[in-house]
Design a protein around this ligand. Structure first.
Ligand code: SAM
Length: 295
C-alpha cells in the first residue's frame, strides 16, 4: 500500500485521501475535519499523554488526530459511526498497531466493557476528540455520568458550549450545563479556534476545552438524581426567581409558605435567580428539599 510521508492532516494529504476514496462529507454527522498541525498538537498536548497512558477518541474521521495520539499514548481506541471511514482509517493507521478502530455510535457503545478490553494495561485514560457538534452534550454527559476511570477529557467543541461549561455563577452563560459539568470535572478553556482549521469549515466558532475529571464531586449530595432535578427546575425559566421556578415544579398547588421556610433553611433568599446559586448552594438546597420529603 502506498503511503505518502506527510502527516495525515495536511490540507494536501487530506484532499488526496478523500479524493482517492471518493468520500463526501456528511453534515448530519458533524464531519468537519482538522487540517492544522498546530491545533492538533495543542489538543494532544493538553491531554498530557505519555507512553504509560491510553486515549479514547470519538469520531476519528480520517485519522488526523488519531495519528498524533498514536505517537504519544500506549493504546488508542477510536470509535467511528460512519462505515465509509473504516477502510480509510484502516489504511492510514496501518503503521500504528497500538490503534484499535471500533465501528459504532459512541452513544450506544458499552464504554465500560470497551475500557476493560482496551485499557487494562494503561495507568490512565484520556478522551481526546474533535467532537461532532450535534451530539456534544449527550456524549460528554455519557462520559461523565458513567463514571469511567478517566483522567481528563480534551475536546474541540462549539465555542459557545465551551463557555457555558466553564461559566461561573452570576454570569449569563451559567446554567444547568455548567453545574452538571462542574459537578463531575474541573473545566478549563484551552484555546479558541478559527474556522479556517477545518474542512469543510463549520458555521460556528470553536474552542478546545479540558475537563479534568474529579475523583469525588466537590459537594455532598444525598441523591444525585434529585439534585439534578432541582437544578433543572431552577433554570426552567431563566428570568424567574428561584422561588417561582421551584414552586411551579415542586409545590404547584400550595401557597408559598412551606417553600420559603425550606429556602430559609438552605440559606437562600427566595428572590434570587437560579443563575446566582453556586454548586454548594444547589447541593444544600436539594438536600433540604429531599429531607422534607420532596421528590
Ligand atoms: N477527528 C477527525 C478530525 O478531527 O479531523 C474528525 C472529527 S469530525 C468533527 C466528527 C467525527 O465524528 C466524524 O468522523 C463523524 O463521522 C463522527 N461521528 C459523528 N457522530 C458520531 C457518533 N455518534 N459516534 C461516533 N462517531 C461519530
Amino acid at each position: 500500500m502506498m503511503h505518502s510521508m506527510d502527516e495525515i492532516a495536511t490540507p494536501r494529504r487530506t484532499k488526496e485521501i478523500i479524493h482517492r476514496h471518493g468520500f463526501s462529507f456528511k453534515k448530519s454527522l458533524g464531519q468537519n475535519f482538522l487540517i492544522d498541525q498546530n491545533i492538533l498538537n495543542k489538543i494532544v498536548e493538553a491531554a498530557g499523554l505519555d507512553s504509560s497512558k491510553g486515549a479514547l477518541e470519538i469520531g476519528p474521521g480520517i485519522g488526523a488526530l488519531t495519528e498524533k495520539l498514536a505517537q504519544q499514548a500506549a493504546a488508542v481506541t477510536a470509535v467511528e459511526i460512519d462505515q465509509r471511514l473504516i477502510p480509510i482509517l484502516q489504511e492510514v493507521l496501518e503503521p500504528y498497531p497500538q490503534v484499535r478502530i471500533h465501528h459504532g455510535d459512541v452513544l450506544k457503545t458499552d464504554l465500560a466493557a470497551l475500557f476493560k478490553r482496551d485499557f487494562a494495561d494503561v495507568s490512565k485514560v484520556s478522551v481526546v476528540a474533535n467532537l461532532p457538534y450535534y451530539v456534544t452534550t449527550p456524549i460528554l454527559m455519557k462520559l461523565l455520568e458513567e463514571k469511567l476511570p478517566l483522567e481528563n477529557i480534551v475536546v474541540m467543541i462549539q465555542k459557545e458550549v465551551a463557555e457555558r461549561m466553564a461559566a461561573s455563577p452570576g454570569t449569563k452563560d451559567y446554567g444547568s450545563l455548567s453545574i452538571a459539568v462542574q459537578y463531575y470535572s474541573v473545566p478549563e478553556l484551552v484555546c479558541i479556534v478559527p474556522k479556517t482549521v477545518f474542512i469543510p469549515q463549520p458555521n460556528v466558532e470553536s474552542a478546545v476545552i479540558r475537563l479534568t475529571v474529579r475523583e469525588q464531586p466537590p459537594v455532598q449530595v444525598d441523591d444525585e438524581n434529585f439534585f439534578f432535578q432541582v437544578v433543572h427546575a431552577a433554570f426552567a425559566q431563566r428570568r424567574k426567581t428561584i422561588s417561582n421556578n421551584l414552586k411551579t415544579r415542586f409545590f404547584p398547588k400550595e401557597g408559598r409558605e412551606r417553600l420559603e421556610v425550606l429556602l430559609g433553611e438552605a440559606g437562600i433568599e427566595p428572590s434570587r435567580r437560579g443563575e446566582t446559586l453556586s454548586l454548594q448552594e444547589f447541593a444544600t438546597l436539594s438536600n433540604v428539599l429531599l429531607g422534607a420529603g420532596l421528590r
